[in-house]
Design a protein around this ligand. Structure first.
Ligand SMILES: Nc1ncnc2c1ncn2[C@@H]1O[C@H](COP(=O)(O)OP(=O)(O)OP(=O)(O)O)[C@@H](O)[C@H]1O
Ligand SMILES: [Mg+2]
Length: 313
């Protein structure tokens, strides 16, 4: 592996506030990110994703452990690191009073770029974010997806080696998410290292070369999406619904029909290589599900297997 651009070893962050018990937001994460890689942190609310991103972004100090970004320790080289990173925070923090183009221009000036370069960069990034026709619109008048694209564009003003994206598409509709994914693919093709958090398994599957599954500040598993699915799930899943009142009664009869059975409040999941074959056996047993669906295993199934909980609760 080439020299990693991010190296974290036993990274810990605890929060203390008066009269409150100590919160361990990040409980000892170890991972490395290679140059040009697209690396993900997948986990539910409160897993410690944003806290980790803030430490990588050199805006929050670690409590313990080792952390090096582009070979530099953020405790000592915060400004140098920040100047080489692009950051897309979980909450958009654009200036609502300014228009889209002005937001990009001013951000470039923060980085000390000459005015002429900022104008050129603003135009280039408006095109990249497909926001040319919104250049003069006040940010407050943009849709959620447009704001997200503008925030990503703003994160690219300083031509960063690494772009940190904290939940890039949360709250966006499917079409807006696809537009964003397309933009992120292009960045990846250009060699930008992407580090992103998400609690959408499809986003992680689409964008990440490799990811860590994080829960309660700890790494539960690490690998490429396909390797994780191979390791922790079967090829297919049969989802059957019998109605909330009958699920518990039917579940024991389904044991043994697949490799594993998960009983969720609204449905039962039967893990197997061939879902259709299992469905035939379910029906042969005289059990008539109200609905049935055969699908490929996803990272959601990996998460369920690892934690016993659903990713989006
Ligand atoms: N400034 C803070 N002070 C005290 N506790 C905090 C602070 N920031 C985060 N926490 C706590 O740390 C834990 C991890 O929070 P974090 O924001 O990193 O989670 P997350 O994985 O980003 O979640 P989400 O998906 O909801 O964004 C939570 O228990 C949270 O309440
Ligand atoms: Mg977060």
């Amino acid at each position: 592996m080439p020299e990693p651009v991010i190296h974290a070893e036993n990274l810990v962050k605890t929060y203390r506030s008066k009269g409150q018990p100590e919160v361990v937001a990040v409980g000892g994460l170890s991972f490395e990110v290679a140059p040009g890689e697209s690396f993900g942190l997948l986990g539910p609310n409160g897993a410690g994703k944003s806290t980790t991103m803030k430490m990588i972004g050199a805006v929050s100090t670690r409590t313990a452990g080792e952390l090096s970004i582009l070979g530099l320790d953020p405790d000592r080289y915060g400004p140098e690191i920040r100047s080489r990173l692009g950051v897309v925070p979980q909450q958009d923090n654009l200036d609502g009073e300014l228009n889209a183009r002005e937001n990009l221009f001013i951000y470039g000036r923060y980085f000390g770029l000459p005015a002429k370069a900022c104008h050129a960069k603003a135009d280039e990034l408006l095109a990249f974010a497909q926001l040319e026709d919104k250049a003069k619109s006040k940010v407050d008048q943009l849709s959620g997806g447009m704001k997200r694209r503008l925030t990503i564009a703003r994160g690219l003003v300083n031509d960063p080696r690494i772009l940190l994206l904290d939940e890039p598409t949360t709250g966006l509709d499917p079409q807006a998410r696809h537009v964003l994914w397309d933009r992120l693919f292009r960045l990846k093709e250009r060699g930008t290292t992407l580090v992103l958090t998400t609690h959408y398994m499809d986003e992680a599957e689409q964008l990440c070369d490799r990811l860590i599954v994080v829960d309660k500040g700890r790494i539960m598993a690490e690998g490429s999406p396909s390797a994780l699915i191979r390791e922790y799930s079967t090829r297919e899943v049969l989802e059957v619904r019998f109605g909330a009142s009958r699920n518990d009664e039917v579940a024991p009869q389904l044991q043994g029909l697949g490799e594993r059975v998960e009983v969720l409040p609204d449905r039962i999941l039967i893990y197997a290589e061939d879902g259709e074959a299992v469905l035939e056996r379910v029906i042969a047993e005289g059990l008539e599900p109200i609905t049935s669906l055969v699908r490929r295993s996803s990272l959601e199934d990996v998460f369920l297997r690892l934690t016993g909980r659903s990713l989006i609760e």
